[in-house]
Write a protein that binds this ligand. Sequence first.
Ligand code: AMP
Length: 547
Amino acid sequence: MLGLMQDWPLTVDKILDHGALRHGHREVVSRSVEGPIVRTTYAEIHARAKRVSHALLEMGIRPGDRVGTLAWNTARHIEIWYGIMAIGAVCHTLNPRLHPDQLCWIADHAGDKAIFTDLTFAPILFANREKLPQVERFIVMSDEAHRPAGAGDDVWMYEEMLSGRPTDDAPWGGFDETTACGLCYTSGTTGDPKGVLYSHRSNFLHTLLTLQTDVMGLSATDTILPVVPMFHANAWGIAFSAPAVGAKLVMPGSRMDGPAIFELLETEAVTFSAAVPTVWQMLLQHLESTGEKLTTLKRVVIGGSACPESLIRAFHDKYGVDVRHAWGMTETSPLGTLGAPDAEVAALPFDQQVPWRMKQGRPPLGVELMLKDDEGNKLPEDGETYGHLMVRGGTVASAYFKNAGGDILDADGWFDTGDVATIDPTGCMQITDRAKDVIKSGGEWISTIEIENIAAGHPKALLAAVIGIAHPKWDERPLLLVQLKPGQTAEPHEFITHLSGKIAKWWMPDDVIFVDEIPLGATGKIDKKLIRARHASYRFPGTLQPA
Ligand code: AMP
């Protein structure tokens, strides 16, 4: 027997409709790419998002078409994001930190028909125009006065594109809730980057899930600063959850350094923020050096990489800010777990809470977790036994875009996260290791395989291996190990020169060391586990021990 409740498709256009109707006056403040602070409201964003939809339809964008954005966190990005999704097209957030070749590969693989770009990145796209044959139009997110040099006939300026278009009557919603809505590629896997294709339903559910009190617990009284970029798994859902509850939004634009973040936190009276550990390290360093205090900030969510104890303590002891450690993935929309204390933990003195707070937290309703061993057997959740962390739920990917990588779920529908973890009897998960062979630096992935392939192509190299070394600012940085061909000698700079221009600058290994042997495992593959163990105590010259 079926229930007799209304069929009300969970589509994200309803989120902005609601935000504009019920919280239309609430402010969205952006540090614009042009420089000045710009203020708008949910009502204005809603009206301009409709104009974006009209423009897209005129361009020939239809349901299912992919439209890229290469942009910082600003109000304009939100307008574009909803303008695309609300007509059933797919908003593909591109990551500008990637090497231009990889960026173009991703945009081409996605089949983006149009790309919205901030002024910052327009030159990259124009210089690589021939690598984007499927793109019919670029829209530069500024006005005619800022038209970039080299902009061809296929370039529209955003403000002129919106001007004069209607602010209503755009055909928003009206499609099935399982319709594709957003696309985000992850490099956190082996091989080529893979696209995670969110649906309206998964994003709507994720919004409800993150709004639980013990998750992000956002409210109409909050002022939220999402430092985590919208191109990184939907800014952890905040571009949905803030309008959903009518929280004021503060968008940092291109500046994520300590002084810039501090200025916004204080001048806009921010109560809640979210970012990777590196951003918070930079903010705390700024506070230390200036003696400034945080007068309004109450809670921060820290995730993307393990949150160091020093951050949790400094925020609590010196600034009275509650740190919520979170774990998630692009494939999980992204939130998977979050460390809000339960009754027993909350009753402990703070010092005794710290070991618990360093864990990655509990899954909220809607996310299932499980540990399994190499043979696929379920492991106990005793807080000590570690195994492959498996995840399942309505906000978890079932396949990658265009089925890249084939089947990604096991027979029972579990997705292997590539993380190794424990789960304790209270349901609290802790990451203990990473099975996937990648490095995360400042919240962004570095592909070890790509660097190894290029390094191994050096005429003096026999084998090359890259591992991540703990780093106090960036969490991890790459170390390149090279086994030279017999009789060869080399200097580190020869390999750095060889890699230059072929990888993004921030992917460049911090050091190159020459070893007698790069160990191979039973299947002939480089034994990274053994290499990591051998170099566990290695530290880059000039860096302190990580806190
Ligand atoms: P991404 O898809 O870029 O968001 O990366 C997801 C991956 O980042 C996870 O599978 C973990 O390897 C890592 N990660 C995310 N959050 C944490 C955390 N709090 N602690 C440790 N690793 C994390």
